[in-house]
Design a protein around this ligand. Sequence first.
Ligand code: 5AD
Ligand code: SF4
Length: 436
Amino acid sequence: MKSFHIITFGCQMNEHDSERMTGILEARGYSSASRAGDADMVILNTCSIREKAEQKFFSELGRLKELKTARPDIKIAVAGCIAQQEGANILSRAPYVDMVFGPSDIARLSDMIDIRLSQSLPLIDTAGDPQYHLKRLPTSRTDRIKAWVSIMYGCDNFCSYCVVPYLRGRERSRLPKDIVNEVRELAQKGYKEVTLLGQNVNSYGKGLEEGSDFPMLLRLINDIPDIERIRFVTSHPRDLSHELIAAIRDLPKVCEALHLPVQSGSDKILNAMNRQYTREEYLNKVTELRRAVPEIALTTDIIVGFPGEMEQDFEMTMKLLEEVRYDNIFAFKYSKRPGTAALKLSGHVQDQVKEKRLTQVLALQKTITGENNKKYAGTIMEVLIDGYSKKGGKLAGRTRGNKVVNVDAPDTLIGSLVHVNITAAGVNSLSGMICE
Ligand code: 5AD
Ligand code: SF4
């Protein structure tokens, strides 16, 4: 029996794509090997969102050269976003690669392997499959309690820093009935939580029949018995509608947690980023959201050092963080990406300045998160226990607001919803005791 090993870089879409590749390979009779050195086939599922992600992949690929030299029969495949971006260029850097294919080519993985095994030349296929979003692929999930469900692929937004629309193509939504069937099957298998995935879930339904929009999809999934929690990523602030806010408020299974990437607090920068909202419009949406769902946990993405970002623009971002008081943020230094509009902008910021600004936003947010978390001490929170704590010795789970909670409890509670009396609240996690 042949074996495979997948190394995944990047976002949840990539993690989920790896689950699908695993499903296809297992259906083909391959078994999963825990180390690249033990496998007959190694797949690198790559990310190209920032230069750093790309560098990480190329150094991993460099390490695999030794393996290929020692065992020339091993097959090395490059999948995902860098594969889509670089295509045949990967072979000029690493001629020992056997296969290169993009994110929308995964459905043909088994056929591609057959072709590669029947010829001596490497196989490059990044053509994509226009019907990909209509296909149901075997999926071998890594978790037994929480599942990712793709609801759409691609992105139409063209934020000026972002490479994704060039790599994952235009927006294509899966059919509501296919999504509902998948979630029903997950519920039957005992899954308790689903996270709906898409680059911009708020615009779900473009190109589908009238009335197929994201709030409608949430209502359909909310009606599926035994699913306890529904989450979704990612939302574009421009498309956060009154209807979606009402759906978060009214649908009991939709968790009170929203990732709403703002990127910058300066209108000048938001405009240069082609984000299509102003600081004020964003803040108005946050106000409306909090009025409707007071306990909502808000998280965001920030880019520091975008071309043209002056000290006063950066200050606007810092002020925005103080005003919104997010539960958490993900912050990144602007990174030049091939083919994107921002490359051509003037005023590129020195790395030293980016680094300083990154340290500043992270420090500010750490204080805010610590202060925010304190308010949970002494309260009782609903927690879905999903495994063991990072430090060991305890179980861990998440609140509806997606905060990590560590508890002393027996293993039999993994997969259960429990109520926890929160006794301590740190920056990274809460801890407490299960209520009798
Ligand atoms: N440089 C830095 N950060 C980026 N992101 C996307 N593209 C870039 C880039 N070129 C960040 C954005 C996005 C998150 C997924 O990654 O903040 O929301
Ligand atoms: Fe995910 Fe974007 Fe990275 Fe591709 S480039 S793996 S879509 S984060």
